[in-house]
Design a protein around this ligand. Structure first.
Ligand code: GLC
Length: 755
């Protein structure tokens, strides 16, 4: 749209209203580093699904108006608003960070109809050419600009040169680099410039488009055809600052229950109680640490949600008791589609109360998912969320420990829901095109709030579909990947970009969901998977079985080695979660998040950091027995051997099938648990501190791992300092009664005697 010339500008506190000949722009400073740009183009000002509560702080803002330019400044940023609604952002030193592009977008060349038909003969897919959009923000692109974030999009870390669409999509075909959409819509990206960095969050739940220099080397853009212009510019001195800014707005992930960080074994196709029992027994039999078994749709009666097939699962309560006695937990799947069946209480009640989405004509909208014809709860309404949350009571009473939300894009087997199906945004009548991308978000919220109310514990909710801010309610997995080396390779950038997009608690289906894993792929996947925040082996009913014992003795041994590594590192992972809850920084970090001043890290896809101390470089290529690893400047220690290595260079490390190169930064203090086969009270008996040469300081956090008492101070915080070979441990906060009986300090460079 054309705004025309600036007519006037008025300031009210930290909000500036700029009036143009043909429109208005609001520029609001939320903080010194976060500026919102808003223009009401739809006549509706939706309440944000991503940002809850008031995030506006008292910010000093100055404004001046000169011919054709409004200048707005905070302590950190200056924004220049120009004729035609062009906007430029500068840092406090006057360096341009982000400028609107002054030219026009190139128009794409269309193929002739004849040529289209010709290429389609062999089955080639024609990609739609991107055209001008009603709302489109086109920014100047510089040669060195890199782009990160965007949630679960396929491909590599740096999104430069690719285009994406935010539209939650359930696509079972192998997810490849050219995919524009997957299950999650997180319309947030970070631009790392040669000097300087910022993020942009385009808070518009309608279908949004992003092009990071695919169409042109001169510009990148984000766009939509519906909704408003409504983006947040997030500044800062580092990528870390930008992620902190983004999670300040959209929230951080709450500290999870400790057991959820253990290992989870899952498969679509555990068809009866005996199958579940057998899995739990095998985990013990093969000495494989495990904290959870998942129950996929097989447990339901005819795929009716909130029911149990009593022929195959006659006594779920007794089954959970038994699993609990083994120190494990049970997690059940819940899909949103409610089977159309007049005899089924969830359907009946939802129909009576008018809780399902309707067509514009007023009839309940029907499509199909696993149970056949199904209807869709309207999760945008508070009362529907409450009802849905309450429906979990039966499962909670039977002792189920977590809920796995799936198919919540929402999936639909009879074609996509029409855009005009009626959904509500609380009391406001809305439609599918606006509520699609927040459907999974609101479903996860319903489950989170329901579980919290019913159990008082930190809810363990998994979701497949997300929008920005879903991290407050659920953790996520990356959906239906496949047993492909390309998907193991993609796991690193995909999980790292999710972390940069505010979702720290994420994992892939270890081993791959679709297709058949080979032994080698399985071993390499657990080496990576045991270091990803969520650690679950899951696969499809149509794929070969992939529990570790379905391969050979060597696979079991390798699997065991890495599960034991994960359990040893649990206190470190938990500490990272506790910090994440405070500052929004993910556990699994791309190298560029930790070392952004080092240009070498900008395109690094094959290795990552776990917090600040551990560098992991898993092998993700078939047949490889070596791995090239980049060690940033400084001293590093091989986690396995204690070998000292000089950084600031690439090293080639031997990596036989049972070896995952792992390095520890000098000066690190890494907390470990003694060997355990599941998380239990044992966690409070002994803590091992592996201390590496160099000056070090570390805070270790301990609580009951289960409920919200920590928010009332029921936790311990240990302050550990290592200086010239001396290690001191002090209790900086004491509020949790079960302080460790023993704290063991070990030299990290010495291979521990595990006996
Ligand atoms: C979907 C999920 C998958 C699950 C299956 C059956 O494909 O992504 O994880 O196993 O549905 O419920």
């Amino acid at each position: 749209m054309s705004y025309g010339k600036i007519a006037d500008a008025r300031q009210s506190g930290s909000e500036i209203l700029v009036t143009f000949e043909n429109g208005e722009l609001e520029v609001t400073a939320y903080t010194d580093s976060i500026i919102r740009v808003f223009s009401d183009l739809s006549g509706v000002r939706p309440v944000s699904h991503a940002i809850e509560g008031n995030k506006r702080t008292d910010t000093d803002v100055t404004m001046s108006l000169t011919e054709g330019c409004v200048t707005v400044s905070t302590k950190e940023l200056t924004v220049k608003i120009l004729d035609e609604g062009k906007i430029d952002f500068y840092d406090k030193n006057g360096k341009a960070l982000c400028q609107d592009y002054r030219g026009e977008r190139k128009t794409a060349k269309e193929l002739s109809l004849e040529m289209k038909q010709f290429v389609e003969q062999e089955g080639h897919m024609l990609t739609e050419k991107s055209t001008d959009h009603k709302i489109q923000v086109v920014k100047k692109l510089d040669p060195e600009d890199c782009f990160y974030g965007m949630g679960d999009k396929t491909g590599f870390m740096n999104k430069r040169g690719y285009e994406y669409v935010s539209w939650n999509t359930d696509d079972p075909f192998p997810h490849v680099d050219s995919y524009k959409s997957l299950y999650k819509s997180i319309p947030f990206f970070i631009t790392l410039k040669k000097e300087g960095v910022f993020g942009i969050f385009y808070d518009n739940t309608f279908r949004t488009y992003f092009d990071f220099g695919k169409e042109s080397d001169d510009y990148y853009f984000f766009a939509a055809d519906e909704g408003n212009l409504n983006y947040y510019f997030i500044g800062g001195n580092s990528i870390q600052d930008v992620v902190k800014g983004y999670t300040y707005l959209t929230g951080t992930a709450p500290l999870p229950q400790l057991w959820t960080l253990g290992y989870h074994q899952s498969r679509w196709g555990y068809r009866c109680e005996a199958d579940i029992r057998e899995i739990a027994e095998n985990m013990k039999k093969y000495d494989l640490p495990c904290d959870a078994v998942h129950m996929d749709i097989d447990y339901m009666r005819g795929y009716r949600v909130f029911t149990v097939d009593e022929e195959k699962f006659p006594d779920i309560g007794a089954l959970t008791d038994e699993i609990h006695r083994k120190g494990m937990h049970l997690v059940t799947i819940i899909d949103p589609g409610v089977k159309k069946d007049a005899e089924y209480s969830v359907y009946k009640e939802g129909m009576e109360k008018g809780y399902f989405a309707v067509t514009p004509e007023g009839g309940v909208y029907e499509n199909a998912v696993w149970p056949g014809t199904a209807v869709y709860p309207d999760f945008g309404r508070r009362e529907v969320r409450k009802w849905w949350g309450e429906n979990h009571r039966m499962l909670m009473e039977k002792g189920i420990d977590g809920i796995w939300n799936d198919m919540n894009e929402p999936a639909s087997f009879e074609g996509e829901l029409p855009e005009d199906v009626v959904f509500y945004a609380e009391e406001r009548k809305s439609c599918h095109s606006e509520m699609h991308n927040v459907y999974g978000h609101n479903m996860a919220r319903a489950a989170y709030e329901g579980l919290k109310e019913l159990t008082g514990k930190r809810p363990f909710v998994i979701t497949r579909a997300c929008y920005s801010g879903s991290q407050k309610y659920a953790m996520a997995w990356t959906g239906d990947n496949q047993s492909l080396w390309a998907h193991l390779q993609m796991a690193i950038p995909q999980l790292c970009n999710l972390g940069l997009s505010g979702m720290p608690y994420v994992g892939t289906d270890i081993g791959g969901f679709g297709a058949d894993a080979t032994k080698e792929l399985m071993c390499r996947w657990i080496e990576l998977g045991c270091l990803s925040p969520f650690c679950r082996n899951h696969n499809a009913i149509s794929s070969r079985e992939q529990e570790p014992w379905t391969f050979d003795e060597e696979t079991i041994e390798i699997y065991r080695k890495y599960l034991k590594l994960r359990y040893a590192l649990l206190p470190y992972l938990y500490d990272l979660f506790r910090q994440e809850e405070e500052n929004g920084l993910p556990l699994m970090r791309p190298m560029v998040l930790q070392y952004e001043k080092d240009p070498e890290t900008r395109n690094m896809n094959g290795q990552f950091m776990l917090g600040e101390s551990l560098l992991a470089a898993p092998v993700v290529e078939q047949g490889a027995a070596r791995k090239m690893v980049y060690l940033p400047e400084g001293i590093w220690y091989d986690y396995w051997t204690g070998e000292k290595l000089e950084g600031g260079r690439y090293v080639i490390r031997k990596a036989a099938l049972d070896e995952c190169p792992l390095f520890v930064k000098a000066g690190s203090i890494l907390p470990h648990y003694p060997e355990m086969d599941h998380v239990s009270k044992e966690k409070d008996k002994e803590l091992i501190l592996r201390v590496y040469p160099g000056e070090g300081e570390y805070f270790h956090y301990q609580d009951n791992g289960e409920d919200f008492a920590y928010r009332d101070g029921e936790y311990n915080l240990y302050h550990i300092v290592s200086r010239e070979g001396q290690v001191s441990v002090d209790l900086a906060h004491q509020g949790y009664e079960a302080a460790y009986e023993k704290v063991l300090v070990q030299d990290g460079t010495k291979v521990p005697d595990r006996e």
